[in-house]
Design a protein around this ligand. Structure first.
Ligand SMILES: Cc1ncc(COP(=O)(O)O)c(C=O)c1O
Length: 441
């Protein structure tokens, strides 16, 4: 049977009746906007309206959409080989991506696992930590310690180290393994460091380290758990405490990696390195799904010298050649500078310009419904006192020609790095107008 929907309304109706979207109900779904194209920083709706994208498709499309160099890399690789299993087979795109990842991350990293999505790379990181201690003969180290307000993905292991106060923990209380949580850091990124901020973490690690395999955190920016930007000193203390108490440290840079916070990786704000690093999202410039778990020689060799000397993970689409080829092209686009480059003055300069442009959002701070405005690198957040009505606020923003997807009490943006000053003004202006016109202060 051949199925071809005749009108936009036909496939939209099918979508509404049959397709699940992220975190929505099948009975009363939130409205979906029909997108038929995406080019540069614009999403094109079926009726021809073009929206400036403020979300980079959830942190991923850092160069905007339909980038020629990424398309070329995809087509070139597709003509040679789209996918082959990674079990017993090696291929050049994977090696070239692995080499690039080791080149752009600190020297301590030597081994790369190419996972098929961000949450799987977290799953692999946690498994690496457990296997590391099993191989070291310390089988009591089977728990994880983390900070509240984190988000590491939706599979069960990732949920188990995500914020314990979110809906998932209360929905599946018996199925989620219990791990250890401490309050999230209170000292914000731009504030003076408050020494007492590390007390809860210190106490937890001192008392529980015998059972803790690893600490996992999103460095500097807690994303989906509240868009909270915390102080780099917290991470330096965490690193030192993990060393003292013989606990591995995992950084989840799936959202923050590839320049979003103003450093290539957020850990650079603290000038420290974890034992295991997860990257994803922007890895392929948002073209396709791919992530990586990167680790040190010590971790890899300890696992490989254990009773079970293999890392117990191997997804079907591990190291997909198309995704690897596109990721190589995306990293090259990001790092190239000079005439003809996408970022002639370098990506960091571009992020500085975006950070300056985002300051416009501060115009909302005097509104009675706005609790806080925070900006770091290419991320701008307006935190409201109460949860927003996503449907109505999104409709208002779309009518002003921008794409923003609020959640909870947060209206936040992280636009593609290719956004122009003028487009950024329009994007921030739409948010300001929508907040200020809702109900004047
Ligand atoms: C910090 C962090 N870790 C992990 C994930 C999960 O990645 P994915 O959705 O690719 O599985 C996300 C996704 O938003 C994330 O922000």
């Amino acid at each position: 049977m051949q199925i071809k929907f005749k009108t936009t309304q036909d496939w939209l109706t099918f979508d509404k009746d049959h397709l699940w979207h992220p975190y929505t109900s099948m009975k009363d779904p939130l409205p979906c906007y029909p997108v038929v194209g995406a080019k540069d920083v614009y999403l094109e709706l079926a009726d021809g309206q073009k929206l400036i994208d403020g979300m980079s498709s959830w942190w991923s499309a850092l160069h905007g959409y339909n980038q020629e160099k990424l398309n070329e890399a995809l087509v070139e690789q597709m003509q040679k080989m789209s996918h082959v299993m990674f079990g017993g087979i090696a291929h050049q795109p994977a090696s070239e991506l692995g080499a690039r990842l080791l080149q752009i991350t600190p020297d301590c990293f030597e081994h790369v696992f190419l996972a098929d999505s961000g949450s799987i790379s977290v799953e692999v990181a946690l498994k690496m930590a457990l296997q590391y201690w099993q191989s070291s003969g310390q089988k009591d180290k089977h728990s994880f310690l983390t900070i509240r307000g984190g988000y590491h993905g939706d599979p069960f292991t990732c949920m188990s180290v995500g914020d314990p106060d979110n809906a998932q923990h209360s929905l599946f209380p018996r199925a989620i393994t219990k791990h250890h949580f401490v309050e999230r850091p209170q000292t914000r990124f731009h504030e003076n460091w408050d020494e007492s901020d590390i007390d809860a973490f210190t106490h937890a690690l001192e008392s529980k380290h015998a059972n803790i395999a690893a600490v996992i955190v999103e460095p500097i920016v807690q994303g989906a758990g509240g868009m909270h930007f915390y102080h780099p000193e917290y991470l330096r203390r965490v690193r030192a405490l993990c060393d003292t108490h013989n606990v591995l440290l995992i950084f989840d840079e799936i959202a923050t990696g590839f320049g979003r916070t103003g450093k290539l990786f957020a850990m650079e704000h603290a000038n420290i390195t974890p034992d295991i690093l997860c990257v994803g999202k922007a890895l392929t410039g948002g073209m396709m799904t791919l992530a990586a778990t990167i680790t040190t020689r010590n971790v890899a060799m300890t696992i490989s010298s254990g009773e079970v000397p293999v890392l117990m993970h191997g997804p079907t689409f591990m190291g997909n050649p198309l995704a690897c080829a596109v990721a190589c092209a995306s990293i090259d686009l990001l790092l190239q500078r000079g005439e003809g480059a996408l970022y002639p003055q370098g990506w960091a300069h571009q992020i500085c310009c975006i950070e300056q442009g985002l300051q416009d959002l501060r115009a909302t701070i005097d509104h009675k419904d706005v609790k806080d405005v925070r900006i770091l690198g290419g991320i701008g957040v307006v935190e409201m006192h109460a949860p927003v009505n996503v449907t109505s606020i999104q409709a208002a923003l779309v009518s002003k020609g921008v794409w923003v997807r609020p959640f909870g009490n947060l209206i936040y943006i992280m636009p593609p790095y290719t956004i122009s000053d003028e487009q950024l003004k329009t994007l921030c202006g739409a948010i300001i107008e929508v907040i200020q016109s809702a109900d004047p202060a």
